[in-house]
Design a protein around this ligand. Sequence first.
Ligand code: GLC
Ligand code: MG
Length: 688
Amino acid sequence: MFVLHVALQGCLRTENVDYGLTADTGGHIRYLLDLVAASARAEPQPRIAVATRGFRSVHGAHYEPGEGIEDGVEILRFATASPDYLAKEDLWPEVPSFAEALIAWIERQPVRPDFLHAHYADAASVAALVEDRLGIPFVFTAHSLGRVKAAAMGASDDARLARRIAIEETALARAALVVASSRDEAEVQYAGYEAYDPGRIRILPPGSDLARFGHAEACPRLEASIARFLREPDKPALLALSRPVAKKNLPALVRAYGESPELRARANLVIMAGNRRDLGDLDAEMAGEVREILALVDRYDLYGKVAYPKSHRPDDVAAIYAFARDRRGIFVNPALNEPFGLTLLEASAVGLPLIATDSGGPNDIIEMCGNGELVDPRSTQAIAAAALKILGDDALWDRYAAAGAVAVAAFDWDRHARRYHDLLGALQAGAGPAAAPEQLLICDIDNTLVGCADCIATFGEWHREQDGLAFGVATGRSFHSAMAILEQQNAPRPQVMITSVGSEIYHLQPDGTTYRADADWRAVVSRGWDRAAVHAALAGFEGLVPQAPLEQRSHKLSYFSDGDREIGARVRARLEACGLRCSVIHSHGRYLDVLPIRASKGTAVAFVQAHYGLAPDAVYVAGDSGNDIEMLRTIPQAIIVANFSDDLASLPGLQHSYVAREKYARGIIEGVDHFRRKARGASWLRAL
Ligand code: GLC
Ligand code: MG
């Protein structure tokens, strides 16, 4: 395997990188170099080269055009039209000359790269030119997206930004694979693009140097700098650590604390909000945030309970987490949106339970580690309730603290590089078009396929022997959330994925790796669906709380419900009163999904069955809970695993189902065997 990375920006070298030397020598260069270094350690070792721009020196450091080996990596610096360093906004005119130089180089090579990997939009326009001429496919990592920037800046007629967005559109439309770092990036940030196709995006979390945080130790100097604020410094500390900018939402945490007498009694609050010598030196936004924090301390009279040191050293960070950990505290990140959440990972590695915003990357971290609570960052009550829940339950604190260790192994560059090269290898090999299946097995994921590690291992072995049986999943999760859990559990790769409770369908492509959304199904469910009207009709509905933003999809609105068993009927009535016909699906007594009237796991399975041209007796479905009822009801060969909930086995419409004696994935195998035996028995009888 030969992968050629392309990155035009910054002062790129493999040793002694001057991060921050220019505004474009930052995060994405670090990412690329870490990936390249981990790739060099991968087995079998791929050939890796990095192509970048050559230019005259910057501040005495040299980046002249030429080829060389640096630190074991081939670095190719190509001359372009301009001989000088150019900031990323000014790079576009260099794209054609860079592409020409790169194409000429590739044509001189005895072995051509299997893939180009474009980092950032400008490199993608180079990769597209190379693909046009040489037919080499490319992988795309955006690193940051023009549309996200445009949204943050408000309406803008910035022509350069518009061009960048247009190039990102082309990159998304053409890339063989798009690599994202988090679900937020894959499912929210990219969703604004016309060419958005979740099935071609994979989430590969970047590594981060977390191991050193595992051994974080207290530091007396730092402890003193915090303790001097506190009357009882040994109480548990709610810790926040971020720059004081508006989107980090630090004042909300002070409010949550100030408003809750119980929380004030139980814990201290420690806010490490960057460094300041004098408030007047900070820019207006940061100064404003710090002033608001100070004003809130005063308003709620929190003196002696809140620490807000003026400064800390960069190498104090581990000790700051250790301070909170040693006092059985909690790390809190109340940001309005947190794209990734490095501090949450660091706190996890140290062994601190988390309370994190439900908007952005923290979803992935908490799902993976199971080490804390997600909250709506605008709800001070939710923040306080989560803190009291963890502080009031020692066993829960211990469990969350221990679970953070998972992060160290998961967010690791070697793991990233392994998965990355596996994906590229699979793409390169291609699976070829799948043979037309003779039978189809569709399984729910949570508590059916997944939930018992041994069972799923047995299922995997069993599945490998089932020629002609196409395997698919039907889940309440989104595509990427489903993908994440399937990969984490080593589940077989599904041929078809019915996601978001049947509102979306994805088919595995002949490359054996990426998926394509079923546009016909989207058209079916879109008929008569007025998302905005549903959203408005249920705003403030008693007993419903919206789920996190990531759970909301274009054709699925999801809520948490209270214990009311009749809530489904009440919601249906409200929607009907507003002239809206929808599927309302209640499960586990706590989830409530509102979908287009034609969408459910049942209708989606029927659609897939027709897609494969299969007879009803060639299809099996398996589930455990309320959101499976529709597919269990409509499919004759329905399997209910032993660990079911929502009274499934006694529902009148499900009496044809087979209730397995075995739980989870073993129950699925048992059910398929049962129906196969039955079918053999029937055909044997017919033959008599
Ligand atoms: C999954 C989804 C959630 C949905 C639930 C029930 O947990 O993430 O949004 O409400 O399934 O369908
Ligand atoms: Mg389930």
